[in-house]
Design a protein around this ligand. Structure first.
Ligand code: FAQ
Length: 328
């Protein structure tokens, strides 16, 4: 047998010393840790934290756009929006499955969310009063998600990285459909152009907050980067995102609501105004404009769906019995 050139962390029952050495070798070789491999307890906990928060974000993230499915301006727009929101449900499911490989159950994660104990992305606590918000969410929110998530396709934990590959492909389509909604509005009447600009003005700063606190206030970054879960810091990705937005905003004909935004050639970065971190912290503390509504809706959906879960369990039981009888 030819020995594999790729190191693996191997036996989950390894003692801590040999397990740690094997784990370190996998990380150093830029290879992947898999569910049955030995891993440090903090690495497992960090992944459960990040992946479950990410899954919750996708599930809660269905609500702001779900609000417009019945009011989309045409059948075509309605079909596209419906498909997008369904994609988000799918992303939540891949991510919950990836988190489950680390030893937490779906029930536990759901319980943490509906009890209001779990975090999910700050961005989903803002309302969507206009149709242009569907464009701004696709362009800015999915755009930020792509910037943040493409590097996660190379995360050191196999199931997470593999889930991200498919998610990113779908997010790219989402981003383009948002851009196209805004472009259509910008090519329309004055009132439509105003609606698009007003929406971009509302979503720009919250989208920048999606990347998390500034690097010097990000307690998890250093370790997550050493473990190659995160590949870039929060501020690095925020800069990359702004760099992506500037030419796209020009193409759309919208302005970005930051009068100080300028390319600094000397430092090779964008100078920008200070983000309102008080607003970010208020939202994380549960005091954003839509926090209570989002959680209440999720709780109601969970309760209303109890019969579906019961039926699925009963069906699985019946199928298992049938299979047993066939073997006997
Ligand atoms: N919102 O030390 P860091 C999407 C928390 S999916 C709320 O920097 P880390 C698709 C953070 O959890 C959007 N909380 O943390 C879509 C930590 O709290 P903890 C979700 C935030 O983990 C589009 C504390 O602050 N994407 O949009 C936020 O190293 C359209 C300190 O922060 C992901 O989850 C925030 N914005 O870096 C769906 C991507 N930022 O846990 C529908 C994966 C930070 O210690 C419609 N996650 N916090 O109590 C990540 O890349 C990272 O977890 C970061 C945060 C970058 C979000």
């Amino acid at each position: 047998m030819i020995a594999s050139p790729i190191p693996t962390a191997g036996n989950p029952a390894a003692d801590d010393e040999s397990g740690q050495a094997a784990f370190d070798a996998v990380i150093a070789a830029d290879s992947r840790i898999e569910p049955r491999d030995w891993m440090p307890e903090d690495y497992r906990r960090t992944l459960i934290r990040q992946i479950s928060q990410h899954a919750h974000s996708e599930i809660i993230g269905m609500q702001p756009e779900g609000n417009w499915i019945t009011r989309a301006p045409s059948l075509k727009r309605k079909a596209i929006l419906l498909a997008k929101v369904q994609d988000e449900a799918g992303h939540g499911l891949y991510l919950y499955s990836a988190a489950q490989t680390l030893g937490i159950t779906r029930d536990e994660m759901t319980r943490q969310l509906i009890d209001g104990k779990a975090k999910y992305s700050s961005i989903f606590n803002y309302p969507t009063p206009t149709w242009a918000d569907m464009g701004a969410i696709g362009w800015l929110v999915d755009g930020a998600a792509i910037c943040n998530q493409v590097p996660l396709c190379r995360a050191s934990y196999g199931p997470y990285a593999r889930a991200m590959v498919r998610i990113c492909k779908e997010e790219s389509f989402h981003q383009r459909q948002g851009f196209e909604i805004l472009l259509t509005l910008m090519q329309g009447t004055d009132a439509q152009r105003e609606m698009a600009q007003e929406s971009v003005d509302r979503w720009y700063w919250p989208a920048l907050m999606m990347f998390g606190p500034p690097d010097d206030e990000s307690p998890n970054s250093a370790r997550s980067m050493a473990w190659k879960i995160k590949r870039f810091s929060n501020d690095e990705l925020r800069q990359r995102f702004v760099g992506m937005l500037v030419p796209q905003a020009e193409a759309l004909g919208v302005s970005l609501p930051d009068p100080t935004l300028r390319w600094n050639a000397q430092e090779e970065r964008y100078d920008m105004s200070e983000i309102d971190w008080t607003e970010f912290h208020e939202i994380l503390a549960g005091r954003g404009p839509m926090n209570a509504v989002r959680i209440q809706n999720r709780r109601n959906a969970h309760e209303d769906g109890a019969w579906v879960r019961e039926a699925a369990v009963a069906y699985a039981r019946r199928q298992a019995l049938k299979a047993e009888r066939q073997v006997a």
